[in-house]
Structures are given as C-alpha cells and as structure tokens.
Design a protein around this ligand. Structure first.
Ligand code: ADP
Length: 254
C-alpha cells in the first residue's frame, strides 16, 4: 500500500477514479455451472476481476490419514494465473496465496454442513484469471456458489466484499489503484441469514468510527451480492422467482 499521494482518487464532485460514488459497488456478473469436469463451478466478474471457482466432492478422503471421523475435510487452493496481473506473477505458490487459501477456507467452512460427510474431502479451487483488487472477496462469493452447484448442503451462501479508505474517505469495494494508493482496505465475508462475519481483515489504518462505517458499508454490499448469488442459482436451475411461482399457483387455483 503506497502512501505517496500524487494521484487524486476522489474528485471535487465526490466521484472516484472509475466514476463511482463512495458507496457504490463495481459491476458484478455471476454465472453458475461453467465447468463440465468439476462437481460444481461458478464464474465471477467483479469489476475487472475475473475468477473461476471449481469444487470437487464430497469424495473419499485421499490420502486416508487426513480423513476425519465426524466430518468432511474442507481444502482450498487460491491461485493467481501468471497472466492475471500487470507484471507476470510467478506460477509457484506464494506466501500470499497460501494465506488467502487459508482465510478463504475459514470463511466458507462455517457455511458447509461437513458433518454429513465423515471420512471425505471437499476441495475448493479458486483461479484468478484477472486481478484488480478484492480477489479474495470475489473468490469467496464465487466459491460459495460453486459449493451450492456441487450439491453440497450449505447452511447459507457466503457473500464477500471489501470496503476501505481512500483520500481520507470511507469507500466501498476498492479497485486496484484505490487499494494501492489508498489508506486502508477491509475485506469482509458475511452470512446474511445468521448475520455472521466469517472473514475480517485490515490492511492500512482507520479510526474506530471509520472502521464501523466501512464494516456497515461492506455488510450492506454483501447483502446485495447475496441477492445476486441467489439469482445466479435460479438462472442455472431455472427456478422461477418466489413471487412468480406464487402467482402461477394462484392462476392454477383460480
Ligand atoms: P485482494 O485481491 O484480495 O485485494 P491483495 O490486497 O493482496 O488481495 O491484492 C490487491 C491486488 O494487488 C490484487 O487483486 C492484484 O490486483 C494485485 N496483486 C496481488 N498480488 C500481486 C502480484 N504478485 N503481482 C502483481 N499484482 C498483484
């Protein structure tokens, strides 16, 4: 995170480098079931991030000594393609990728009913094809959809989005330049039904008040993303919206 302030990130009208307001998300596109060979998959475009998530399992634990008697072992690999960033990223796993694999797994695990699948594994793969800040959050959003697509029983979907601080102001969903030249970044993963936070990290510094604002902003954005996730699942499984189903049923009754 750079601290030199040559670049103005917010203009006189309060708009950001990409024209967004402070509380505005980047455009998000979600698609479920995009890979044939995986048990479940999803693709997300979140701003200029492009990320694929694939899930295998539940399947028999291999090697056997990793198996747990009372639940499935959840494993996660977050990986950035060498062509996903400005400078070619080394294909070898970096410390950052190991850390992100761990925090992403920890944010998804509470949503998975792993107790139904003792002695088995659930594998989550996240491939970042193009990175533009917020990849851990977009990775979580898409991986949760891939888990649902694999038919793995979930307590609920997990949605994720970061907020942060740019030019001294709290802002939602930082883009790459805002992340690099801004003051702070706060990635959050959220489960809307249980009102639980599964990931909360912070890079940079904010006051306690700003932290509260950023948290509110990202939790609200997660609720919006959660609605998009449900819509993406309906699209894949051709499930009509609840209102439409009710209307149709009423028509049938009448
Ligand atoms: P996140 O993607 O979750 O925001 P970071 O804050 O670590 O994670 O990274 C911010 C952004 O910095 C990434 O989304 C990516 O655009 C860029 N970045 C991360 N690692 C590298 C790398 N090894 N080389 C070039 N750019 C990178």
């Amino acid at each position: 995170m750079g601290h030199e302030k040559q670049v103005r990130l917010i203009d006189d009208n309060g708009l950001r480098v990409d024209g967004r307001r402070l509380d505005q998300l980047r455009p998000i596109k979600l698609e479920v079931g995009v890979l044939d060979k995986a048990d479940g998959s999803a693709y997300i475009e979140h701003g200029r991030n492009k990320i694929l998530a694939a899930v295998f399992g539940p399947r028999e634990a291999h090697p056997k000594h990793i198996a747990l008697a009372d639940r499935a072992v959840v494993r996660c690999r977050y990986h950035m393609a060498p062509f996903s960033t400005d400078e070619r990223k080394s294909p070898a796993p970096s410390r950052r990728e190991l850390e992100l694999s761990k925090v992403i797994r920890e944010s998804l695990e509470p949503s998975i009913m792993s107790e139904y699948f003792p002695r088995s594994t659930i594998d989550i793969f996240i491939e970042v094809l193009q990175a533009d800040a917020g990849t851990r959050c977009a990775g979580i959003t898409s991986a949760s959809l891939a888990l649902a697509d694999a038919g793995i029983p979930l307590r609920e979907l997990v949605a994720a989005c970061a907020a942060g601080k740019v030019d001294g102001k709290v802002a939602l969903d930082l883009s790459d330049i805002e992340d690099k030249k801004g003051d702070a970044d706060l990635p959050v993963a959220f489960m809307p039904k249980s009102n639980a936070i599964g990931l909360l990290q912070m890079d940079g510094s904010m006051t306690e008040e700003e932290l509260g604002q950023a948290l509110d902003m990202s939790v609200n954005a997660c609720r919006t993303i959660y609605e998009m996730q449900k819509e993406a699942l309906r699209q894949k499984y051709h499930i009509e919206r609840e209102e439409e189903v009710t209307e149709e049923m009423e028509e049938v009754k009448a």
